[in-house]
Design a protein around this ligand. Structure first.
Ligand SMILES: *[C@@H]1O[C@H](CO)[C@@H](O)[C@H](O)[C@H]1NC(C)=O
Ligand SMILES: *[C@@H]1O[C@H](CO)[C@@H](O)[C@H](O)[C@H]1NC(C)=O
Ligand SMILES: *[C@@H]1O[C@H](CO)[C@@H](O)[C@H](O)[C@H]1NC(C)=O
Ligand SMILES: *[C@@H]1O[C@H](CO)[C@@H](O)[C@H](O)[C@H]1NC(C)=O
Ligand SMILES: *[C@@H]1O[C@H](CO)[C@@H](O)[C@H](O)[C@H]1NC(C)=O
Ligand SMILES: *[C@@H]1O[C@H](CO)[C@@H](O)[C@H](O)[C@H]1NC(C)=O
Ligand SMILES: *[C@@H]1O[C@H](CO)[C@@H](O)[C@H](O)[C@H]1NC(C)=O
Length: 395
């Protein structure tokens, strides 16, 4: 009699189903040159170059920062119906409270707006879309008034130097006339908005003149753009030697440091040091003392976001292993150490533990208990039937 087997199979499948409902983990494909933005406890990943490994990937998904995890067990969640309108990479993304702005990239004048509550991808009107120039490899920043600043990047044929402003409130797009130490054509830098209202631009590539080939921006040549005066200034950084680089990332810490990570040389080989920090008052580079232990490989085309104490690095191209990365690396900016686990409970402003999960677990438990009781009753009933049949045969 195969009833116990069928039953156990049924229970197993029921458990799997419950598990997939409760733990709807999504497994994203490896990628680089994607973008990421953090809204509350969700780290959204947008696009990325996946084309050479599998097919093109359009999914919108996020890393759930409301639950603990370690970097071998990542709570990726797929956003149902959130697919990107196009296959996009090398774009820039910024967000406000509930909107993601995905700008430029690939080889088209892409410009998309996504509202995380009504889950629709929109374009900012044909007027803006038609004047928005073709750009990729920029790093956009948004200020608290909803102004997005977009500098340089590549167009179809060349490297550029314009500064554009997209006002997300008025939905206007303008080219800014700037003054001061107006920089050269530049791309693949990083940008961070300081509390002073200035944007600090670090690294990347530039062109000394129209006919010159691309050269690296010296990491000690810091560009500052004053968003109030639309004025550029240069600063010279000092301190530790930091290799010039492109495709690196930067985050701004609450105590005024910019932490850069990764990136590569013009021939896509690795740079040193992997991680460095620049003080935004003294313009001095230092290399965090504990940062070599458990350091990730040399990567470029990844993203970095700050969440509480954690700098979260996602995907990228792993130079050491020569493969598209699938991993997430966590750097504690207080201890300056690479860590393997993420714990939201040590975060200052914890959001309540997911109620849905608790309810789900309770419901799941009840369903399992019910299945077991039913199974038990059936087994008892069948046993009784067998006994009856056996005794019936005897008579
Ligand atoms: C990571 O988490 C998984 C599941 O929670 C666990 O099985 C595994 O042992 C953890 N690994 C480390 C290194 O902590
Ligand atoms: C969804 O959000 C977009 C962008 O904010 C807005 O234009 C649109 O009207 C919203 N749709 C609904 C149904 O609320
Ligand atoms: C691309 O940028 C270069 C340099 O800024 C400029 O000369 C060229 O006209 C631009 N090409 C297009 C198609 O806009
Ligand atoms: C400032 O930047 C401009 C444009 O890149 C450059 O011509 C100038 O030499 C720089 N000045 C200093 C002091 O670095
Ligand atoms: C452009 O820059 C290159 C490299 O610095 C230099 O050799 C060349 O003479 C420059 N050309 C012009 C027209 O200034
Ligand atoms: C570096 O990688 C980029 C992106 O894959 C590629 O377009 C470029 O050709 C590579 N450059 C070199 C020198 O391998
Ligand atoms: C980061 O490191 C500091 C100092 O060791 C520690 O107090 C803090 O709890 C750590 N943060 C997290 C989120 O683990």
């Amino acid at each position: 009699m195969d009833l116990p087997f069928k039953l156990s199979k049924f229970i197993f499948c029921a458990l799997l189903l419950i598990n997939s409902i409760l733990c709807d983990t999504y497994y994203p494909v490896n990628r680089f040159a994607h973008s990421s933005v953090k809204i509350d406890n969700r780290l959204f990943i947008l696009g990325g170059n996946t084309g050479e490994i599998t097919s093109k990937s359009y999914e919108l998904f996020y890393l759930d920062l409301s639950i603990p995890f370690n970097n071998t067990n990542l709570p990726w969640k797929l956003v149902d119906g959130g697919d990107l309108p196009e296959y996009i990479y090398s774009s820039t993304a910024v967000s406000d409270k509930f909107t993601i702005y995905l700008i430029g990239g690939s080889i088209k004048n892409q410009f998309y707006i996504y509202n995380i509550y009504n889950t629709t991808w929109d374009t900012p009107g044909t007027g803006i879309r038609s004047i928005f120039p073709n750009r990729r490899n920029m790093d956009g920043v948004i200020d608290e008034k909803g102004n997005i600043y977009l500098f340089g990047g590549y167009n179809v044929t060349d490297i550029t130097k314009e500064m554009y402003l997209f006002n997300t409130v008025a939905m206007t797009f303008t080219s800014i006339v700037t003054s001061g130490d107006v920089p050269l054509q530049c791309a693949e830098y990083t940008a961070n908005l300081l509390s002073s209202g200035a944007i600090i631009y670090i690294g990347g590539v530039e062109k000394l003149n129209e006919s010159a080939s691309l050269t690296f921006v010296n990491m000690n040549k810091i560009k500052l753009f004053d968003t109030y005066k639309s004025k550029w200034t240069n600063f010279t950084a000092t301190g530790e030697d930091v290799d010039s680089r492109q495709y690196h990332t930067s985050i701004l810490t609450p105590n005024g440091y910019i932490i850069i990570f990764g990136g590569c040389k013009l021939d896509n080989t690795s740079v040193s040091p992997n991680i460095a920090m620049l003080h935004t008052n003294t313009y001095e580079w230092t290399i965090p003392s504990n940062s070599e232990e458990n350091s990730p490989p040399s990567i470029w085309g990844h993203t970095a976001n700050l969440h509480s104490d954690y700098m979260i690095i996602t995907f990228g191209f792993d130079i050491d292993a020569q493969l598209y990365n699938q991993k997430v690396y966590l750097f504690n900016i207080t201890s300056n150490k690479w860590v393997a686990s993420f714990n939201p409970s040590v975060i200052d402003n914890p959001t309540p533990k997911s109620k849905a999960l608790v309810i789900g677990l309770a419901t799941g438990g009840a369903v399992i208990a019910l299945i077991l009781i039913v199974a038990f009753v059936i087994v008892i009933y069948k046993k009784r039937e067998t006994i009856l049949r056996i005794s019936g045969n005897n008579t």
